[in-house]
Design a binder for this molecule. Structure first.
Ligand code: PRP
Length: 178
């Protein structure tokens, strides 16, 4: 049960950050044709904004992964619910995520996609919770570092809800373990 919510990152700050990272991607991938891989479902909103700030010939694809963990805790055992449609061998691949928490999902995705021999593999996360990290993983593009609070909005859900909110909110829960 939720008790309240405070705006943690307003929509205007998110848009500015996504523009700024889009400009960096334009420089870093100049002359290339990157494949932006959105990880369903949370990344849908940021991918839609990020790609419109990428002024290159680029393509998109999606994967959906799930954790066998209970509730909001990752177990590190990831299962693929939807795989890529594109062959990524020789492609410049950029994973696009809404949030990195323990890092287990990103670590798994990196290891998996590297076996498919991309020309390069980097990642973007809008939000990072460094205090929660369980594996050391290098993320090239990070929007915001946030404390260990329950966040929703701009693609991120709580029990399926709130993904449509334009701001990112810190949710106050009755029980942190819910
Ligand atoms: C979130 C996020 C990452 C993962 C990060 O997905 O999009 O995929 O958790 O957590 P980790 O760093 O601890 O592995 P979630 O399972 O909430 O699914 P969703 O994107 O469909 O909301």
């Amino acid at each position: 049960m939720t008790l309240g919510a405070d705006v943690l990152i307003p929509a205007s700050d998110i848009q500015e950050k996504v523009r700024e990272i889009g400009a960096r991607i334009n420089e870093d991938y100049w002359g290339k044709n990157p494949l932006l891989v959105g990880i369903l479902r949370g990344a849908v909103v940021v991918l839609a904004d990020l790609m419109r700030n990428v002024d290159l010939a680029c393509e998109i694809d999606f994967m959906e992964v799930g954790s066998y963990g209970l509730g909001s805790t990752s177990s590190g055992i990831v299962r693929i619910l939807k795989d890529l449609q594109e062959d990524i061998s020789g492609r410049h691949v950029l994973i696009v995520e809404d949030i990195i928490d323990t890092g287990l999902t990103m670590s798994y995705l990196h290891d998996l996609l590297l076996t498919r021999k991309p020309a390069s593999l980097e990642s973007f996360v809008l939000l990072s919770k460094p205090s929660r990290r369980q594996v050391d993983i290098d993320v090239k593009y990070v929007g915001f570092e946030v404390p260990d609070v329950f966040v929703v909005g701009y693609g991120i859900d709580y029990a399926g809800a709130y993904r449509n909110l334009p701001d990112i909110l810190a949710l106050e829960l009755e029980s942190a373990s819910e």
